[in-house]
Write a protein of this length. Structure first.
Length: 217
């Protein structure tokens, strides 16, 4: 059987939508072209640091380049501006076609290595996340890690706490998961996708429960 080729994707701007950063740059500089200039400098300095064997978080480089660009334009960058850019950069959404394209590759036998993964929130928006595969050596289990800066982290904790207090809902969800897992010819992508209608409706009920119980994450 021939070996599958290896496909390597660039992440920022190729998989993730850089235009999500426009609001910050447009407000600070008043120039739509500033975003592309900032990103060009960011890529240059990131590559230089990598070649020098120095690790600096991408978001830290981004904030520093923002201040550098502002200095050339005699613009003041507040701490709030840098924090806003960092938050937007850490939660950039994928381009609309990316999640389906990656799922299609997986269905055709490609194994997705650690990189860009997504969790879908109750509004159907795909949010970046990290996935640890086979995280428990004693049993097959995957762990989804959602960044604190993304809205989906709150929904994840709400869903967990709501299920803990609602036995009938918990039993219903468990039955749904078992049924989906037993389907012939199903794969993990189908399993995840087919759970979403129930989860989306359940999150609406969970939000009502949160309001009644004064729940907070």
């Amino acid at each position: 059987m021939p070996k599958q080729p290896v496909i390597v994707f660039d992440v920022n701007e190729t998989l993730l939508d850089l235009d999500a950063l426009h609001p910050t740059h447009d407000r600070v500089f008043g120039d739509p072209a500033a975003l592309r200039l900032w990103f060009a400098h960011l890529s240059t300095y990131s590559e230089a640091l990598t070649l020098a064997g120095v690790y600096v978080p991408f978001t830290d480089i981004g904030a520093a380049v923002l201040r550098m660009l502002a200095a050339t334009r005699e613009t003041t960058i507040r701490d709030e501006d840098a924090a806003e850019l960092t938050n937007r950069f850490a939660t950039m959404p994928p381009h609309p076609e990316v999640p389906a394209a990656l799922r299609r590759l997986r269905k055709h036998g490609f194994r997705l290595a650690p990189g860009v993964w997504f969790g879908t929130d109750q509004r159907g928006v795909d949010r970046p996340e990290e996935v640890v595969v086979d995280a428990d050596p004693g049993r097959p289990v995957n762990i989804n890690i959602r960044p604190f800066t993304a809205p989906i982290w709150r929904e994840t904790l709400l869903f967990r706490d709501w299920l803990r207090t609602q036995r009938e809902e918990r039993d219903c969800y468990a039955a749904l998961k078992r049924g989906l897992a037993r389907r012939a010819g199903s794969n993990v992508d189908d399993y995840s996708t087919d759970k979403m209608p129930w989860i989306s409706a359940a999150l609406s009920r969970a939000e009502q429960w949160a309001g009644r119980s004064n729940w907070s994450p």
